[in-house]
Design a binder for this molecule. Structure first.
Ligand code: NAD
Ligand code: GLY
Length: 367
């Protein structure tokens, strides 16, 4: 098992990564389970695969698990989903000193984390991430949110978990497409800050994606360590350091908006293509070589993730995609900071990007 500390003054916690963590959840979480009843939030897909395992561990430890099960998908990350979760936690008489278990992907983690942030002005929670994306990204760092009709993740808070248990066994039941989408966020850590890890990904992606536990443990541990370093330096995304984690997200967000935030393009798939576009746009500005930009594209394509805009079959032009960017929540006093590359492993925040130039670039990419 790998253990990665997230060091934050007064709110430090561990991310434990390995096999069998869900089967042993009662003892892993023992310091946080002070009452007999243990509230757990999950979704129906995860419930089908993992409820029995989690329940067996808790019951053997003399606990009484109680479950709130949401429908799978982004729909749960809504005002209705939040109200349902908070009302249920109130009915369960959860107190500020209690902990709630969030068992699922980024949707359940974000929703449960936000519900716990506002319940009685803040109760504890433990992240039990079951997707690769949630293990390497959303369960770590304390960003919690719901979506509203105005956009994704527009209502939320920073609320750190007390513990994260990333059980690699959970990845065995994850659909292949979700696994590949999560891998985009792994590759992102290499592209943004660690050229050696990028090379490691190039060599080990096939093993990781086909279920090799040792490759998975190394990928998750190195990704979490990278995120933990960044979050410890800039927890609230105020200095520009944490903003580097948004590599690929500005282009990706526009693509998700154009495809209706639907299953047509998963978040990780949008980030993968967004990362390629950020690399190619960096090459257009002569910040990196075209060869380096194409190395990023090759690794994305090798993982069977989208690496070219025409493959999405969009009917819009570049200006329309750039217009979506105007609604990005990273807009800051009329400018949109872009994460660009000076090299593989050398991301930086550019504040001088003209959206008209981006629109022209996207037209070229769409052609
Ligand atoms: P998700 O939670 O919707 O999970 C993807 C699908 O896999 C769902 O259908 C789910 O039911 C299913 N699933 C989950 N675990 C499974 C398992 N082990 N076996 C079988 N099926 C399983 O999606 P996600 O990709 O994990 O997360 C996406 C969400 O995360 C988005 O809402 C995004 O905004 C958010 N996010 C948050 C952060 C953050 O820092 N808080 C970072 C990145 C993404
Ligand atoms: N997923 C980006 C962040 O946590 O800041």
């Amino acid at each position: 098992m790998a253990v990665i500390p997230v060091a934050l003054a007064g709110r430090s916690y561990e991310v434990r990564i390995g096999s069998g963590l869900l089967a042993d959840v009662a003892s892993e979480c023992a310091p946080f389970l002070r009452k007999q009843r243990v509230p757990i939030v999950t979704d129906r897909n995860v419930e089908a695969k993992w409820r029995a395992v989690v329940e067996a561990s808790l019951i053997a430890a003399g606990k009484e698990p109680c479950w709130l099960v949401h429908e799978p998908g982004e729909g749960a990350k809504s005002w209705d989903g939040l109200a349902r979760t908070v009302e249920w936690l109130l009915a369960e008489e959860v107190e500020r000193g209690d902990h709630v278990l969030a068992l699922g992907g980024g949707v359940i983690g974000d929703l449960t984390g936000f519900a716990c942030a506002v319940l009685k002005r803040g109760c504890g929670f433990v992240q039990l991430p079951t997707t690769l994306l949630a293990q390497v990204d959303s369960s770590v760092g304390g960003k919690t949110a719901i979506n509203t009709p105005a956009g994704k993740n527009l209502v939320g808070s920073f609320h750190q978990p007390s513990l994260v248990l990333a059980d690699l066994d959970a990845l065995a039941t994850l659909p292949t497409r979700e696994m590949r989408a999560g891998y985009a966020e792994v590759l992102k850590y290499g592209v943004l800050g660690d050229a050696a890890f990028f090379d490691w990904c190039a060599a080990n992606a096939p093993a990781l994606l086909s279920g090799d536990k040792s490759a998975q443990e190394e990928a998750v541990a190195r990704s979490v360590a990278a995120k933990a370093r960044i979050v410890a330096e800039d927890e609230r995304e105020t200095t520009g350091v944490r903003a580097l984690l948004n590599l690929g997200h500005t282009f990706g967000h526009a693509l998700e908006a154009e495809t209706g935030f639907s299953d047509r393009l998963l978040h990780g798939e949008a980030v993968a293509l967004g990362m390629v576009l950020a690399a190619r746009y960096s090459a257009r500005r002569e910040l990196i070589s075209s060869d380096d930009a194409e190395r990023v594209a090759q690794q994305v394509a090798a993982a069977e993730l989208p690496a070219n805009l025409p493959a999405l079959g969009l009917t819009c032009n570049g200006q329309r995609l750039a217009d979506h960017m105007l609604h990005d929540k990273k807009m800051d006093a009329g400018t949109l900071p872009f994460v660009l590359l000076k090299g593989i492993g050398q991301a930086f925040l550019a504040k001088d990007v003209e959206l008209a130039d981006v629109a022209q670039f996207l037209d070229d990419q769409l052609a």
